[in-house]
Ligand binder design. Structure first.
Ligand SMILES: Cc1cc2nc3c(=O)[nH]c(=O)nc-3n(C[C@H](O)[C@H](O)[C@H](O)COP(=O)(O)O)c2cc1C
Length: 200
């Protein structure tokens, strides 16, 4: 094992106008950056200008996203729950890469309004297992309607743009558990991929 920092891509899964996802991802990324063993890169799906329909050949934005997935050793997907699943924007992006996900760990930060995004988490586990990626057992779940969220204020740039989680003990414990597991799997699988090609 090496002391080389683990390259972790934090994926902002919602591209909705007025989304909360960028605030939640920012909150998580700030806490993850406190760890010296991780190099955190935020991949915002709203910044990619993906094609509306799956094209016959990869577009530059699809190639750019797949390249960002390829260089990451591990991922944290930040996702809302939409009708007991995760948003189409996230599924679209996941499907733009394949080999690039393989033999890598995926952590999940999920949230909902009334739920903590549990259904989105379970559906992502199925999708990532099809891509030979491994999801972490522990995840971070936030109920936007529960206590410990900053309410949108008068200076709020959007309908929910100020909605950030507070640092409760439970949340910080959940972030630490997720990152501990992600780091173990990330280092182990990086060494494994270097040792021998994955057998997909
Ligand atoms: C299409 C849609 C479906 C939703 N379905 C659920 C749901 O099944 N469970 C839940 O707890 N919240 C649900 N919500 C509430 C979202 O969790 C909430 O609007 C959240 O802010 C969405 O994330 P975003 O702002 O980052 O897009 C839904 C919201 C939308 C727009």
């Amino acid at each position: 094992m090496t002391a080389e920092p683990l390259n972790v891509a934090v994926i902002v899964g919602s591209t909705r106008a007025g989304r909360v996802c960028d605030a939640v991802a920012g909150w998580f990324a700030e806490r993850a950056r406190r760890r010296e063993d991780l190099a955190i890169e935020v991949l915002d799906l709203a910044a990619y200008a993906f094609p509306p329909c799956y094209p016959q050949g990869a577009t530059p934005s699809m190639r750019r996203f797949a390249a960002a997935v390829a260089v990451a050793d591990a991922f944290v997907v930040v996702t809302p729950e939409y009708n007991r699943s995760f948003p189409a924007s996230l599924k679209q992006a996941i499907d733009f890469a394949y080999d690039e996900w393989q033999a890598k760990p995926v952590g999940i930060v999920a949230y909902g309004s009334g739920s903590c995004g549990h259904y989105a988490v379970e559906q992502l586990r199925t999708v990532f297992s099809a891509l030979h990626a491994v999801t972490m057992r522990d995840w971070v779940g936030l109920d936007l309607l529960g206590p410990g969220m900053t309410e949108p204020g008068p200076d709020d740039p959007g309908p929910a743009g100020n909605c950030r989680p507070h640092d409760t003990d439970d949340r910080l414990r959940a972030v630490a558990a997720l990152l501990d597991q992600l780091t173990w799997w990330g280092r182990t699988l990086r060494a494994g991929r270097r040792d021998q090609p994955y057998v997909s």
